[in-house]
Design a protein around this ligand. Structure first.
Ligand code: GLA
Length: 419
């Protein structure tokens, strides 16, 4: 798809040639799904594996939690903003399979079973995601899918599941890991139901082998590369740095139907300052990441909600070109505490983020110029600059010789759209 668009003349040739990290070929899992990064809600980071509904009725992993989240997604504008997948993570299962080896939800916490929950979710226009594992057990120790890939794929399809997050704990050997992912992907396709497959294959395979992203993208709609996100700036920073260091292999793998997954958005929780929440949102959009929030939609500040629901920012993430953004080398090496990323958009536009990585002092000024962009060739004579974050502001046309002073808070980000 990338290649077709590039060759269709939608891009100036200088721009194409200047971009060493632009993918020349993307072959995503051929199920026609996730043509833009999946958006939704996933329980893990915020709710973990709380199974005691007596003591923790408000936050235990139960059908009630998901029904409440489904209602919030519809009535609080999340679905309208694009967040469609309501996803269950680990700890939904009963400790054993049933007499026919079929998976079953914990009967106390999910008395209606997953089918009933799927109906509830679908009735509201949402889609349901579920979690399983390629190995003998899930990471939290519940029954895994090993030896039951076909049966489990069929069970999920029968229940009306729309997305499977497929983890890699207890995988056995590398061959078993890779084979398990292939088999589950094929089995899901064979059910005939549209089920997005979200993998963790590269995360588990990386210590043992060089990850073949072409192959991963043939079997998965998205895949995790790094450790779990936590509710902290150090975690968000680490994910950004990892992604930037490996961008030459990660960026070409991404495209419609196939996404690198830097893990959940933790905006609206406890650990990130306002500026750090802006940074996570801006950079997850630049990275064309799945936007899967893990927060409590029943209790979220108006600011975090507005940030997560910002339609123009989401549009950067959901741009149909499906290009993953990348960190651009600075031409202002004397000041390496600013970090710039750019993401090509359709219609010959760019999204650009400017992060102040200094963790001391106050707002710092950067004299932004379009010549800082990759090879500086996207704007022929002048570009129209719109700031989308932290607040919306139109700066109008900027000549390529002109400089725009911008002030960025410590650990904060300015997100620009350049047309
Ligand atoms: C792994 C995954 C997490 C989460 C937990 C659940 O750590 O990477 O995202 O799914 O397992 O146990």
């Amino acid at each position: 798809m990338w290649l077709q668009r590039l060759l269709s003349g939608a891009w100036p040739l200088t721009f194409i040639l200047g971009l060493a990290v632009v993918p020349l070929q993307v072959r995503g899992l051929n199920n026609g799904l996730a043509l833009t990064p999946p958006m939704g809600w996933l329980h893990w980071e915020r709710f973990l594996c709380e199974t005691d509904c007596q003591k923790e009725p408000w936050r235990c992993i139960s059908e009630q939690l998901f029904m409440q989240m489904a209602d919030m997604m519809v009535f609080q504008g999340w679905l309208d903003a694009g967040y469609q997948y309501l996803c269950i993570d680990d700890c939904w299962l009963a400790p054993e399979r049933d007499a026919n080896n079929r998976l079953q939800a914990d009967p106390i916490r999910f008395p209606g079973g997953i089918k009933k929950l799927a109906d509830y979710v679908h009735d509201r226009g949402l889609l349901l995601g579920i979690y399983q594992d390629v190995g003998k057990k899930t990471c939290a120790g519940f029954p895994g899918s090993k030896d039951f890939y076909e049966l489990d794929a069929q069970t999920f399809a029968d229940w009306g599941v729309d997305l499977l997050k497929f983890d890699g704990c207890y995988y056995g050997t590398l061959d078993e890991l890779e084979d398990g992912y292939r088999r589950m992907s094929v089995a899901l396709n064979r059910t005939g139901r549209n089920i997005v497959l979200s993998c963790e294959w590269p995360l588990y395979a990386r210590p043992l082998t060089k990850v073949n992203y072409t192959e991963v993208a043939e079997y998965c709609n998205s895949w995790r590369n790094f450790a779990d996100v936590s509710d902290s700036w150090s975690s968000v920073k680490a994910i950004l740095d990892w992604t930037a260091i490996l961008q030459n292999s990660l960026v070409p793998a991404a495209g419609p139907g196939a996404w690198n997954d830097p893990d959940m958005l933790v905006i609206g929780n406890f650990g990130l300052s306002w500026d750090q929440q802006v940074t996570q949102m801006a950079l997850w959009c630049i990275m064309a990441a799945p936007l899967l929030m893990s927060n409590d939609l029943r209790d979220i500040s108006a600011e975090s909600k507005a940030l997560l629901q910002n339609k123009e920012v989401i549009a950067i993430n959901q741009d149909p070109l499906g290009a993953q953004g990348y960190r651009i080398l600075t031409r202002w090496k004397k000041d390496s505490n600013f970090e710039l990323w750019e993401k090509p958009l359709s219609a010959i536009s760019l999204a650009v983020s400017i992060t102040n990585r200094m963790e001391q002092g106050g707002p710092r000024r950067i004299e932004f110029s379009t010549t800082m962009l990759w090879k500086g060739t996207v704007c022929k004579k002048k570009c129209y600059i719109t700031q989308l974050l932290p607040t919306r502001q139109e700066y109008g046309y900027l000549n390529i010789t002109a400089k725009l002073p911008l002030w960025v808070n410590p650990t904060g980000t300015i997100l620009l759209r350049i047309d």
